[in-house]
Design a binder for this molecule. Structure first.
Ligand code: NAP
Ligand code: MG
Length: 405
């Protein structure tokens, strides 16, 4: 069989620990035998980030800007323990944070749904994709404790030196706490555009919610910017695509989400997205079955798994033990990136390969062969736990069959 050709390279960001091992296995067993894989390789493994003073992370993000599509392996975000473990020069920042700051994107997380793994909410038969606005609000706040008898005010000085102030609270009868939040029109608009683009891309409705009835300036600004961007630039495209933009209050959204069958994108403010993405991931069964894609307002894509480097499994692997680490979300990061590359470069064979690889993954699991995390929650009677390598080999057998059809 002739290998499938690529024209533009994918930006490949390698990572750490168990996912770095799996990364290599996926390439060897599922990609290289079938594709003339063209990538521009960046090693974001912690040792190499340290060697390059983290320049490699910035370079990989710049390359993503140039080529438009990247696939990323999970990476360690250093903490105190990692400083000693890897003898680091500095506690380097989270690569995801660095990449996101350069691409200015929104992260979309979607569960992979498979036969035999029933979501805790049985009506959720289609994926719910969560889009989290990853800027500002409580994550970039200023907080103070306030003693009794103090008066707290908000004060803004404009560029001409004019001051506007408003009373927050007069703490006459008790000590207390205050918090200052901000967001930027530019960031909210970028978020809205990423969301609308991704909805068009995936042909799904998009929901957005805030608490504009209570927060008449702050949350209302989010509602207004979304409405304005939608009216000006997206209404016609949505009509043509047969999809909808729907705004409601956050509590109403939560109630509707629970009653829904899924199949839409739920755009969330920063805090809502933090909380709801964990709820949605758990309800669908496993963090190891959650995909993640960063989409910039100007249409640049970076695909990855939502989980981390699976450190505990890696230490077992290093001792020579077989592990049953789930590679599905990492495989889907590759299929997402290859399909997007295929779409951009008009390579239907590459898109077809991505479809078939996903089909092979789902077939393997629904035929009862799965990793331990899935076996623990699967309702299939004939389920058997496979180690990572065996599981990948089983996917490979089914993939080859599909490609030869
Ligand atoms: P984690 O790697 O996601 O793993 C947490 C636990 O979830 C694992 O110990 C395992 O449970 C289970 N799990 C996650 N993925 C799995 C998979 N593919 N197959 C089977 N089980 C899976 O999170 P962590 O242990 O908190 O973080 C480890 C490192 O990853 C940290 O250094 C962190 O900085 C990094 N991290 C990176 C990213 C990213 O690059 N996007 C995201 C999150 C965390 P059991 O041990 O019970 O089997
Ligand atoms: Mg969270």
């Amino acid at each position: 069989m002739e290998k499938i050709k690529m024209t533009t390279p994918l930006v490949e960001m390698d990572g750490d620990e168990m996912t770095r091992i799996i990364w290599q296995m996926i390439k060897e067993k599922l990609l290289l035998p079938f594709i003339d894989l063209k990538t521009e390789y960046y090693d974001l493994g912690l040792a190499h980030r340290n060697e390059t003073d983290d320049k490699v992370t910035v370079e990989s993000a710049e390359a993503t800007k140039k080529y438009g599509v990247a696939v990323k392996c999970a990476t360690i975000t250093p903490n105190a323990a990692r400083m000693t473990e890897y003898d680091l020069k500095e506690m380097w920042k989270s690569p995801n944070g660095t990449i996101r700051a350069i691409l200015d994107g929104t992260v979309f997380r979607a569960p992979i749904i498979v036969e035999g793994i029933t979501p805790y909410i049985p009506t959720w038969t289609k994926p719910i994709t969560i889009a989290r606005h990853a800027y500002g609000d409580v994550y970039k706040n200023t907080e103070l404790r306030v003693s009794q008898g103090s008066k707290a005010e908000l004060k803004v000085t404009d560029q001409d030196g004019h001051e506007t102030s408003a009373l927050i609270y007069d703490f006459e009868d008790s000590a207390g706490i205050i918090q200052g939040l901000h967001n930027k029109d530019k960031s909210i608009e970028g978020f809205a555009r990423s969301c609308f683009n991704y909805a068009l891309d995936t042909k799904q409705d998009i929901w957005f919610a805030s608490k504009d009835t209570i927060s008449k300036q702050y949350d209302h600004r989010f509602k207004d910017i979304f409405a304005e961007v939608f009216e000006n630039d997206y209404r016609a495209k949505f009509e043509e695509a047969g999809i909808e933009y729907f705004y409601t209050l956050i509590d109403d959204a939560v109630a509707r989400v629970i009653r829904s069958e899924g199949g839409y994108i739920w755009a969330c403010k920063n805090y809502d997205g933090d909380v709801m993405s964990d709820m949605v991931a758990t309800a669908y069964g496993s963090l190891a079955m959650m995909t993640s894609v960063l989409v910039s307002p100007d249409g640049i894509y970076e695909y990855e798994a939502a989980h981390g480097t699976v450190q505990r499994h890696y230490y077992k692997y290093c001792k020579g033990e077989k592990t049953s680490t789930n590679p599905v979300a990492t495989i889907y990061a590759w299929t997402g990136a290859l399909r997007k590359r295929g779409e951009l470069d008009s390579l239907p064979a590459l898109c077809g390969f991505a479809d078939k690889l996903e089909k092979a993954v789902l077939a393997t699991i629904s035929e009862g062969i799965m990793t331990g995390d899935l076996a623990a929650i699967s309702t299939l009677a004939n389920k058997q736990t496979a180690d990572t390598e065996t599981f990948l080999d089983e996917i490979g057998i089914r993939l080859e069959r599909l490609l030869n059809q």
